[in-house]
Design a protein around this ligand. Sequence first.
Ligand SMILES: [Zn+2]
Length: 184
Amino acid sequence: MLLPIVIYGHPVLRKVSEDIPADFPDLEKFLKDMFQTMDEADGVGLAAPQVGKSIRVFVVDGSAFAEMDPDCAGFRRAFINAHIVERDGEEVSRNEGCLSVPGIHEDVKRKNRIRMVYEDEKGERKEEVFEGIKAWIIQHEYDHLEGIVFTDHLSSLKKRLLRNKLNNISMGKFRATYKVVLPK
Ligand SMILES: [Zn+2]
């Protein structure tokens, strides 16, 4: 089932998400819907707050970057109760976009390596280090769990320049090929 995607300005994108219990109802179905919604919208990731749920769940698919980074081939995963415990390595600037902020693409600097604890789709607790593009994709989605949107990372000048565009997006003035939920 395709889930509508929440658009910039909606308060759910500003909430800090909560861990979910092991017996969270219909998690399997929710993850299936998340993957389907991400694929249909051509996204490389989708976090639960983007479909209106303040829970620490996100899905990623880095396959599109396999040519740039062979490590990304088959990097299609769900992360549950994710917590980044360490960020290091150099800062790398990459051009980002977000399904919740349609039409805006800006360079964002992020650490090139992270260590994260999480549960996989089977509920197994894991600790793993991610680098390069994988770390980049994860940090963008992880930000959504913390109530952060990628434009928050821009300089105040850049933010000022984008203010009108962001207001227009909040009011529904954009084109998207997927179903959306606008802020009230
Ligand atoms: Zn996003």
